[in-house]
Design a protein around this ligand. Structure first.
Ligand code: PLP
Length: 387
């Protein structure tokens, strides 16, 4: 079935005169994924959808998703992406997904005074960073929306205790002219990553949600002046999408990768979603077998595989077609012309394409200047955020 798909895709690429490595989104699979997400979100009306820009880093893709999922909320991880989003989405509501170094925030306000009042929640992970941001707010006479990163079990930084949270909230309360609490952010990717033998995903999720709820309660009870019903309680992403859309103490859910489903997201919780992202790379050369430099003796042995050299390689991706295509342990990897072994009887010629499935989208998309949306034997070209 997949074999038939890639055979056709190979023909379609060649028919279009395409002869360089391509990053391809399958439109039908993307549509199916969008539909799945729409249905799940329709059942979780209290959750606002937030698109993770780094995982979907193409303006055309983000525009399509923003329309289809009816959201202009974005989670941004890279300073230059902030401007691209602000310039292209009139109602943009940005939440930083990682705490920006204070210098990057200072540069943002220095170079982009026109966006001084844009809707941006700056993520802070400690009192020290909050103090740095306070100085920036004072310098530019701004009131910054600050969202507090909380550790809900991933242990990637953020607030780890009630005492730390209280210190931060006190500082916010002390400077209402410069700082405004906009919410909390608790990323829970560990839930589906902990081996089930140590902790069942459902229990890990429950415990992360309990931690989240405890911080919400702390704000409401101890800092009622900072509490507003509109506070943004962000959670997610993709690995726990199905958990949050079933039950969540959050009101804001970020996700990105789930829509393209690279292989790192193959989990029982995301079974309904389809892989939609592929790399296609042309075959440059075909040798009857792998010749290892300085090991001519081995050439005499029987060989099960022939050796292709492809245009490009060494991507964070796995070979999926031709069937049984794989790299050679001893020959090593190459980003320029990678050696790929395929069975001896594999029907493949120079100028045909081999296909790979990325393990993640965030590392792969910026390696390509454009994406090809594959629809009914034709391709539409989309630009990516190369930076
Ligand atoms: C804070 C945060 N939220 C959400 C996500 C989810 O992104 P995705 O849905 O693409 O996995 C990430 C990914 O790194 C993240 O760091």
């Amino acid at each position: 079935m997949l074999g038939h798909y890639f055979k056709q895709l190979n023909l379609d690429l060649k028919k279009q005169g395409i002869a360089t490595p391509q990053l391809i989104i399958d439109e039908a699979a993307l549509k199916q994924n969008i539909q799945h997400v729409q249905i799940r979100l329709a059942h979780a009306k209290h959750l606002k959808a937030r698109l993770v820009v780094k995982s979907l880093a193409s303006l055309d893709l983000l525009k399509l998703l923003s329309e289809q999922l009816n959201t202009q909320s974005f989670m941004v991880f890279h300073q230059p992406h902030i401007i691209s989003i602000l310039e292209n989405f009139a109602e943009a509501d940005i939440l930083l997904g990682k705490p920006m170094p204070a210098q990057a925030v200072r540069q943002f306000f220095e170079q982009h005074a026109e966006w001084a009042n844009a809707k941006i929640q700056w993520l802070i992970d400690s009192k020290q960073r909050l103090q740095q941001y306070l100085e920036i707010a004072q310098l530019y006479s701004l009131c910054l929306d600050v969202n507090i990163e909380i550790d809900v079990g991933l242990h990637r930084g953020g607030v780890q205790s009630a005492a730390q949270m209280v210190e931060i909230l006190k500082l916010i309360q002390q400077y209402p002219q410069y700082l405004k609490l906009s919410g909390l952010m608790g990323y829970d990717a560990h839930v589906s990553k902990i081996p089930a033998i140590i902790k069942k995903p459902e229990l890990a999720y429950q415990s992360s949600q309990q931690t989240y709820a405890d911080y919400q309660k702390l704000i409401k009870q101890q800092f009622p002046t900072l509490w507003r019903d509109e506070l943004c309680f962000n959670g997610g992403g993709s690995p726990t999408f199905s958990h949050h859309t079933t039950k969540s103490v959050c009101n804001d859910l970020s996700f990105g990768s789930i829509l393209l489903k690279p292989s790192d997201f193959d989990s029982e919780f995301l079974r309904a979603l389809q892989p939609a992202l592929w790399i296609a790379a042309p075959v440059l050369k075909i040798l009857p077998f792998t010749q290892l430099p300085s090991m001519a003796l081995l050439d005499k042995l029987p060989h099960k595989c022939k050796a292709l050299f492809i245009y490009g390689g060494y991507w964070l991706a796995n070979y999926v077609y031709p069937h049984q295509a794989h790299t050679h342990v001893l020959y090593g990897r190459s980003s320029n012309q990678e050696l790929v072994n395929v069975p001896k009887d594999c029907d493949i010629q120079v100028d045909d394409f081999v296909f790979l499935r990325p393990t993640q989208s965030e590392a792969i998309i910026p390696q390509f200047s454009e994406l090809k949306l594959y629809r009914k034997h034709a391709f539409e070209t989309w630009e990516t955020f190369r930076e």
